[in-house]
Design a protein around this ligand. Structure first.
Ligand SMILES: NC(=O)C1=CN([C@@H]2O[C@H](COP(=O)(O)OP(=O)(O)OC[C@H]3O[C@@H](n4cnc5c(N)ncnc54)[C@H](OP(=O)(O)O)[C@@H]3O)[C@@H](O)[C@H]2O)C=CC1
Ligand SMILES: CC(C)(CO)C(=O)C(=O)O
Length: 297
């Protein structure tokens, strides 16, 4: 059986997914993106993997896909209507990979809940040039269990990616949100990569941001053991290579909208709903909202 698999959003994570699926000759892979790509490749372990597939930027007619992997940021989904309507058929299984929570909601106008897999990925990927990316780790993808999650997992080589299938992704999504919102905010505001965490004051600030996030996550029903989680994330932080960035920093550097709504803003606004103070996330939002809405750019 040959599956038709599409990737919508061929940026950092979309390119990573394409590099993992492209070697599987039992599937036919199509790539869809807002802007054209002249080239597509990803560096890992000092090797450059090229993905010689044309990236489609329009959809003249509907396609019947078996799987669609959506690798868009939350705020990008609303402008992707033509792709979503044209690529998601009644039988299409949809995998949504992004940071943040509530992955399914924006997709419900296009398909039923049982056809959606929510997914969180742990694998820093950063741009080197247009269409060329660098992958820093072996990816770990965590997906929620559905009737078709094993079939989805079988599309990948276990040597290239670890995929964990779990019953409820809520806690994992919250943990990843706390992590990416804390790291992303600091790097984005400083405009610098992880070398800045040589300064203990910034490690302390990172801890405070994590603590605020975790308090809100717990109030929202996530099951997180705060001290153990914070210690693990901070250990990861101080071991990052100095040149490691974050997707929020990458967006800031190229003048693209920063993924604030799905990250620091959701922590701030749910904090208010649960009467939990989040002063540092509030400050981050106040500043980065201006970056996102700069009338002179
Ligand atoms: N990068 C990382 O290290 C990690 C990222 N994540 C998360 O993964 C998600 C995706 O992030 P990332 O891959 O970094 O983001 P990118 O900005 O690198 O990629 C998004 C891609 O989507 C495309 N796109 C945007 N709008 C549309 C549209 N309307 N129709 C079609 N294509 C569109 C963009 O096209 P264009 O070329 O026009 O901009 C871009 O290629 C985010 O939630 C992020 O937080 C999670 C873990 C690590
Ligand atoms: C956790 C982090 C910061 C890893 O790169 C991330 O998910 C992102 O860049 O969005």
């Amino acid at each position: 059986m040959s599956y038709k698999v599409g990737i919508l959003g061929v940026g950092a994570i979309g390119t990573l997914m394409a590099s993992l699926l492209y070697p599987n000759k039992k599937l036919s892979l199509s790539l869809y993106n807002r802007s054209p790509k002249q080239q597509l490749s990803i560096f890992n372990d000092k090797k450059e993997k090229k993905i010689p597939i044309h990236v489609e930027t329009s959809l003249p007619e509907k396609r019947k896909l078996d799987f669609l992997c959506i690798c868009l940021k939350e705020h990008q989904v609303k402008n992707a209507h033509t792709f979503l309507a044209g690529l998601i058929g009644v039988e299409t299984k949809v995998i949504v990979i992004r940071n943040g929570i509530h992955h399914k909601e924006a997709l419900l106008p296009y398909t039923s809940e049982r056809n959606i897999i929510e997914a969180v990925i742990d694998c820093p990927v950063q741009p080197i040039a247009d269409g060329r990316y660098e992958q820093l780790n072996k990816p770990v993808l965590i997906i929620n269990r559905t009737a078709f999650s094993e079939l989805f997992i079988s599309l990948f080589s276990p040597a290239d990616i670890k995929i964990n299938c779990i019953l409820n992704i809520k806690t994992i999504a919250w943990k990843k949100l706390c992590e990416s919102a804390a790291l992303g905010a600091i790097l984005c505001l400083a405009g610098e990569s992880c070398w800045i965490f040589k300064d203990q004051r910034l490690v302390n600030l990172h801890k405070k941001l994590l603590q605020e996030g975790v308090q809100v996550a717990i109030a929202d029903g996530a099951e997180i053991k705060e001290p153990i989680f914070i210690e693990a994330i901070q250990k990861k932080l101080v071991n990052y290579p100095p040149e490691k960035g974050s997707s929020m920093l990458s967006d800031r550097k190229r003048g693209a909208p920063i993924e604030l709504g799905a990250k620091n803003q959701v922590i701030s606004s749910l904090g208010k709903q649960y009467a939990i103070e989040t002063p540092i996330h509030d400050l981050v939002c106040m500043l980065l909202e201006k970056t996102n809405n700069n009338p002179t750019s």
